[in-house]
Design a protein around this ligand. Structure first.
Ligand code: F6P
Length: 533
């Protein structure tokens, strides 16, 4: 929302969408839509750099898309996008620019370019010295960070396993729960270990506590050169120096935590895949940035996905979206997207602070296929709630077990097909149900074996999971989140919602020692007493 942009629910397009939803949207049947229009797949496929998308199994028609694009125009999406990419203050409540796109722009092409490339060059030169393991002696890299200082590297390193240095093992410690760091330290030797203390602020309780534990362990175990074995990635260079760290790779306040894997926070990624592949990751993201900036909105993949999010959340009332990456390497992608989407768009006031009358971020969740199929897909197919599913398929594997890969892809396709097609009671009646109880009549069993179908899904497809394609995929998600945030009229770049818990924790901590429960609610006081006893 700029001064002149109306909030989405005050636009003409919103009213038109509401009318369209009542007349055609609510009852749109995908099976009929495909039967009516043999060109539906072609009409709703989108080609973006490195990512192909099939939107045709979504509950939309051409008119839905047209009204959604009108909504984007009325909410001045393009102006807001251009302002962000230019470096205007897009994070209004914190008075900051939002320029993660500048981190992946080629030399000479964006704001802050000189600083960005100075740190990048220095970091990648350092990376090569560590990766020369015969000389560096490093065998284990432990990233200590949480949220945006953890989830990106923790997601990317396994995703790009095929490109990773075979002599280095990566560990990620995030939780203040000692059960996280204890098993990691158990197998390590100080002389072979590099600790990365990753924290934008260098004040986060969990990270600082784990960093202290790591340093104490290092010294107790006879470690000698802390300057070699501890590095920091942070905007707070001074605090890192006070901690006793000599090598720091900095970044800037215009890089949001959950948008920071492209900055020095990506150090574990660069250590794993090396300088050239890290640059390819950035280049893939940059290609998606160009697509987002330049492609007409009707062919702009992140924009179309963001619009779909609004359509599902605000008109269909779907409160969650499931992400199903059919690639084991992407097993941490749902967790990464949870922060990206829910910390960005989980807001209930608009830019002027007015309470919103409509829903914002859906719950984002998922597991890699095919594991999810044997856990919660039952609910997706026959549960009472409709959950749009996002399938991510990768055409070519990086292993040689082609038969497994074909089975994997067939499973992914079959699930999106099954969600859409369903199975009528009539069809079920005509089938044998091998495990059905003989006590039940056939009609009852058939009702249990009925699938409503018409359940929406999107399929995203990559040719291969490479640094470049992964960079493009993640940048696509970032811009999708931005698009939905603009339409919802919220600030996608702050996270005040995490502050209250932090403050209350600081109040409770000393009470654990003193036992003082004064002023606490009865539940918190009762629980604390039980924990202390
Ligand atoms: O959870 C709140 C948050 O500020 C995230 O936005 C951020 O990614 C995380 O904490 C870690 O913060 P830092 O990098 O400053 O340690």
């Amino acid at each position: 929302m700029t001064a002149s942009a109306p909030r989405c629910d005050k636009t003409e397009a919103w009213a038109a969408l509401a009318g369209h939803f009542e007349a055609h949207g609510r009852d749109l049947d995908l099976r009929e839509a495909f039967a009516r229009d043999p060109g539906r797949f072609d009409s709703f496929k989108v080609e973006a750099p490195e990512v192909f998308a099939d939107l045709s199994k979504n509950l939309i028609d051409v008119a839905t898309q047209r009204f959604l694009l009108d909504l984007a125009a009325e909410c001045q999406l393009e102006a807001r996008r251009d302002a962000m990419l230019r470096g205007d203050v897009a994070n209004l409540t914190e008075g900051r620019a939002v320029l993660h796109t500048a981190l992946r722009a080629p030399r000479g092409r964006s704001p802050f370019n000189a600083e960005v490339h100075e740190v990048l060059d220095r970091m990648l030169a350092y990376v090569e010295t560590v990766r020369d393991t015969a000389k560096s002696g490093i065998r284990h890299v432990v990233n200590i960070g949480i949220g945006g200082s953890d989830l990106g590297p923790q997601m990317v390193v396994p995703a790009l396993d095929a490109f990773c240095h075979r002599g280095l093992t990566f560990h990620f410690v995030s939780n203040v729960d000692g059960h996280d760091i204890a098993p990691v330290l158990r197998g390590l030797k100080p002389a072979e270990t590099l600790f990365i203390i990753a924290s934008k602020t260098f004040t986060t309780q969990e990270t600082m506590a784990n960093a202290q534990v790591a340093k104490a362990w290092f010294l107790e175990q006879g470690g000698t050169d802390t300057h070699k074995h501890f590095v920091a990635t942070t905007t707070n260079v001074k605090a890192a120096a006070e901690f006793g760290i000599g090598t720091t790779f900095g970044f800037w306040d215009w890089v949001g935590g959950r948008y920071s894997m492209w900055s020095a926070i990506g150090l574990p990624i660069a250590l794993a895949i090396g300088a050239d592949h890290f640059r390819a990751l950035l280049a893939g993201a940059h290609a998606m940035d160009r697509h987002f900036a330049d492609a007409p909105l009707a062919q702009n993949l992140p924009v179309l996905l963001g619009l779909l999010d609004v359509w599902y959340r605000n008109f269909h009332g779907f409160a969650s979206r499931s992400v199903a990456p059919y690639h084991q390497g992407l097993r941490r992608l749902p967790a990464y997207l949870q922060q990206l989407e829910m910390e960005s768009n989980g807001k209930c006031v608009d830019l002027s602070g007015t309470r919103l009358p409509y829903g914002t971020s859906p719950v984002v969740w998922g597991e890699p296929g095919t594991n999810g199929q044997h856990a919660y897909f039952q609910m997706l197919h026959q549960g009472t709630d409709v959950v749009p599913v996002e399938f991510i398929l990768v055409k070519r594997p990086t292993h040689g077990f082609t038969d497994l890969h074909t089975k994997l892809l067939a499973n992914g396709l079959a699930q999106s097909q099954a969600l859409m097609l369903g199975k009528s009671t009539q069809q079920a009646l005509g089938e044998k149900a091998p495990t059905a109880s003989r006590e039940l009549d056939a009609a009852t069993v058939a009702r249990h074996r009925t699938f409503p179908g018409n359940r929406p899904s999107t399929t995203l497809m990559l040719d291969e999971l490479t640094p470049r394609s992964l960079g493009a995929l993640i940048a696509m998600y970032e811009h999708r989140v931005f698009t939905a945030g603009v339409l919802w009229g919220i600030n996608s770049f702050d996270q005040w919602g995490v502050e209250l818990g932090k403050a209350l924790c600081n109040d409770l901590l000393p009470r654990f020692a003193s036992g003082d429960t004064d002023g606490l609610d009865a539940s918190t006081a009762g629980l604390m007493e039980r924990l202390r006893s």
